[in-house]
Design a binder for this molecule. Structure first.
Ligand SMILES: [Zn+2]
Length: 450
């Protein structure tokens, strides 16, 4: 069934929010306006929200109450972004070891939305968010989708691992009336899958193409080599570094600029390019992003540093000064678009190679990590290396819950994706080092092709 786009934007989207009692579209409408506020106004609002979340965390999260008391910090004294530097950093290990202590006593854990992360840095972690926070995150993502040229109501195409399958009647209705997304599954990219995707594209005419940067590049290469093009209104590349050479190939195949976006499961959207493509606007409405030198002092504009975020909209499990494990570069430039949201430069971490499966099709490395690290218990960190076509070396840092049964399941999962004949060599270790330049590579492929 082909539903008119205007009907989706004006009728089905608002009706769905009403039905779900969601604040998503209301937040989106507000965010469309506030993006044009001056940097001072945005900063003042951000700091008011900061004081609220700090007071909430101190009053209702045992972890923060104890950690800040032990450090001799009066939460009421944390009033500005600069004051944040007095609070301790929250590491992934802190979250892992204090999951319940980080959850607000005003919320029940079972009512919160759980996300298991791993795709971003190759380190697994469970985090929780309350429902209003989820809706506000969705609104921020929609606003940045609009920066690409896409408009609410237009169908989308996702180059992504694990397309969700609508099982309940509600979800089927939602998929038909509202979401209208077609998928190219990055768990298996071969010619038949690409051709199916292109046939569906013709039927649906998506306004937005989004996906892992490198997966979009693979799609664009295929289009180029077969003399084909796509016609989206916007392209959003996310989840990993967008390399300039790949960006050019994607843009040539689709005829519109690529919008580079940066986010993570833990706090969702962090930054996104606007239509000017002169750096990424920070999602300052919802997240305070700090760029820190190795000694913990703030980076100067243009200087690469560790990314530390404080989310302002999740009152279920507030994340305050959470170290992401990525690196990025702050900017003091103003964007010619006129938005007051501050800019950051390119994110400098995160790369993942495609691996070659038995049978010669390509599998996106991030998708492999998402299907193993984030699904199985007992794996803290993982890196998959393919030196030879039929062998995968899996470096992994075991955690509580690791054992022979998990190892067997990991091997079975990897063989299910990569082929039953694949040799899987598991190598438990204490730590997986970053690259010299601070990048994480969670999959490394040294096989040219086969
Ligand atoms: Zn801009």
């Amino acid at each position: 069934m082909r539903v008119p786009n205007s009907l989706v934007a004006t009728l089905f989207e608002p009706a769905w929010d009403l039905y779900d009692r969601s604040i998503r579209l209301r937040t989106l409408r507000a965010m469309r306006l506030t993006q044009w506020d001056t940097p001072d106004v945005i900063r003042a609002r951000q700091e008011a929200d900061l004081r609220t979340i700090i007071a909430h965390a101190a009053a209702t999260c045992p972890y923060y109450r104890d950690a800040w008391a032990a450090a001799g910090i009066d939460p009421a004294a944390i009033r500005t972004v600069a004051d944040l530097a007095r609070l301790p950093i929250l590491s992934k290990d802190d979250i892992r070891q204090n999951q319940d202590g980080l959850i607000s006593s005003r919320h029940r854990k079972q009512d919160l939305r759980k996300a298991k992360t791993g795709g971003s840095t190759g380190v697994s972690l469970e985090v929780f968010c309350d429902e209003p926070g989820i809706q506000q995150r969705a609104a921020a993502a929609l606003r940045s989708d609009e920066w690409s040229g896409w408009r609410l109501g237009q169908p989308m195409a996702a180059v992504w691992g694990n397309p969700p399958v609508a099982r309940t009647l509600k979800n089927k209705l939602r998929a038909t009336l509202k979401d209208r997304i077609i998928y190219l599954d990055t768990m298996r990219i071969d010619e038949p899958a690409l051709e199916r995707f292109l046939a569906e594209w013709k039927r649906m005419r998506p306004g937005l193409l989004f996906g892992h940067a490198h997966s979009l590049f693979i799609l664009a290469e295929y289009l180029r080599d077969h003399g084909k093009t796509l016609d989206p209104r916007g392209i959003v590349a996310t989840s990993m570094m967008l390399l300039e050479a790949e960006r050019r190939v994607i843009e040539a195949a689709c005829g519109v600029p690529v919008t580079n976006r940066y986010g993570c499961e833990e706090v969702s959207l962090i930054a996104c390019e606007c239509e000017q493509h002169r750096g990424l606007h920070l999602n300052a409405d919802h997240v305070i992003t700090e760029f820190l030198r190795d000694d913990g002092t703030p980076c100067a504009p243009g200087q690469d540093g560790r990314l530390v975020v404080t989310e302002l909209v999740n009152f279920g499990q507030p994340l305050i000064r959470y170290e992401l494990g990525d690196r990025g570069v702050p900017s003091d430039r103003a964007c010619p678009c006129g938005r007051g949201l501050p800019l950051m430069e390119q994110v400098t971490g995160r790369t993942a190679d495609f691996l070659w499966a038995e049978g010669g099709f390509r599998v996106q490395g991030i998708s492999i990590i998402e299907n193993t690290l984030t699904k199985l218990p007992g794996i803290r960190q993982m890196q998959v290396v393919q030196d030879e076509p039929m062998c995968l070396i899996v470096h992994l840092v075991p955690g509580p819950g690791w054992g022979d049964d998990v190892a067997a399941e990991l091997v079975a999962t990897l063989r299910g994706i990569m082929g039953q004949g694949m040799v899987i060599d598991l190598r438990p270790t204490d730590r997986i080092p970053q690259e010299k330049n601070g990048k994480y590579r969670f999959t490394i492929c040294r096989v040219a092709s086969n």
